[in-house]
Design a protein around this ligand. Structure first.
Ligand code: PLP
Length: 398
């Protein structure tokens, strides 16, 4: 029904992934597997709804304070995640990162600590530091067959009075960890005991595959110092149309955020095309998300098989529980991060997410965006293979 294997030329659409690659990698001539948007078509219901809206000749200021916006969100959370989200707990904000930044600025002072699981989505680290707060690491540890939080260490961090916020990323970027109900309850218990506010970034919520996504919104009746922030950007591949929404029972935070947007930034209302997208996607996009996840799951299997067949002594990969991101370890190869990242660029001609931007120390990982057609993925894997074969050859010559 949906063709996720068609190769779509995205060049010359002002897309960051292809057309602005040079700002990061110094050239646009690499095969891109870096930034987290998909080379896959959005849900046709969204493009049709937007096109229909555009037949009206006026695109004036628009409000989200309407059931056109609230009802589809309620429907999605009820049907996908079994949660009855109340209208009055939903707010609109320009982006997920904007929301996170503003909550941090509202609830903490300069040099306070913000706890994040590491490896961490790089923008969390940048914006915490950019706002003169301290990144406090709660490292995820690989235990047998999945990433785990060290709760003893996490509790110790939460007990420090200067650490006021925990940013939970679930499903987690870059490891793909999907937090279990038990883990979320434990997080809530520790945060409540120590008065730590939880910001739950659930932007990857529709990509939980190995287990069901449990939203922090489910925990709000027990602890109200939680804000969930999310959007349709990743799930339906519309990140170019900036938008987000949040859910919180902390109405002090909700009202302060709204007031801040109005009186500090002069922001009000919503993008009318987004309201149409929310309606179309959340009322009719169930099959699309299921098909998309099946495609990504298949791609993860392809990566796994390829590595076992061709790169078993070089790379280690565990299929993620969620997200469309593959977190790949090159420790076994014995090469340093500098050698690997340089070679992936100059030999493989491929742009991956260098692990060092997600970690606070030297890395042995890179992140590969697997939301691509199968043929593109296979070409990328061949390029990675060529990279390491060439590195081994050079090493043997010395
Ligand atoms: C975990 C996470 N949060 C937030 C974002 C960015 O969201 P926004 O563009 O709405 O700020 C991304 C994008 O990659 C992400 O992976």
């Amino acid at each position: 029904m949906y063709d996720f294997n068609q190769v779509i030329d995205r060049t010359n659409t002002n897309c960051v992934k292809y057309d602005a690659m040079d700002s990061i990698y110094g050239t646009n001539a690499l095969q891109p597997f870096w930034i987290a948007d998909m080379d896959l078509p959005t849900f046709p219901g969204i493009t049709e709804a937007i096109q229909k809206r555009l037949t009206h000749p006026i695109i004036g200021y628009s409000t989200y304070q309407t059931n056109d916006f609230f009802s589809p969100i309620k429907h999605w959370f009820q049907t996908r995640f079994d949660i009855n989200v109340l209208k009055q707990d939903i707010g609109y904000a320009p982006t997920v990162l904007f929301t996170i930044t503003e909550v941090i600025r509202m609830l903490t002072n300069e040099f306070d600590g913000i706890i994040v699981n590491t490896p961490s989505y790089n923008a969390f680290l940048t914006l915490i530091e950019g706002n003169k707060r301290m990144v406090v690491e709660s490292p995820l540890e690989w235990c047998e067959d999945r990433y785990e939080m060290n709760f003893t260490h996490f509790e110790y961090l939460c007990q420090m009075p200067q650490n006021k916020i925990f940013i939970l990323c679930n499903p987690q970027n870059p490891t793909g960890k999907v937090f279990t109900n038990k883990e979320l309850l434990k997080i809530v218990e520790i945060c409540e005991k120590n008065d730590v506010f939880i910001i739950a970034d659930e932007i990857h919520m529709d990509f939980a595959r190995k287990s069901k996504h449990i939203s922090m919104a489910k925990m709000m009746p027990t602890y109200d110092k939680i804000l969930v922030t999310t959007c349709l950007g990743k799930s339906f591949n519309i990140s170019g149309m900036q938008h987000s929404y949040f859910i919180t029972k902390d109405h002090f935070v909700k009202e302060r955020l709204n007031q801040q947007m109005m009186t500090v930034y002069g922001l009000f209302g919503a993008n009318p095309l987004i309201i149409q997208a929310v309606k179309a996607a959340y009322l009719e996009g169930h099959d699309y998300i299921d098909a998309l996840n099946a495609h990504i799951e298949n791609n993860m299997q392809i990566i796994d098989d390829y590595i076992h067949r061709h790169l078993n002594h070089t790379l280690e990969f565990h299929q993620p529980e969620g997200t469309f991101l593959a977190w790949i370890d090159f420790r076994k190869s014995g090469f340093s991060e500098i050698e690997v990242f340089e070679a992936l660029k100059s030999i493989g001609r491929i742009a991956i997410g260098e692990g060092s931007i997600y970690e606070m120390h030297e890395t042995t990982h890179f992140r590969l965006n697997a939301a691509v057609p199968e043929s593109v993925l296979l070409e990328g894997l061949d390029r990675i293979k060529l990279t390491f074969e060439t590195l081994y050859k050079k090493r043997n010559q010395h």
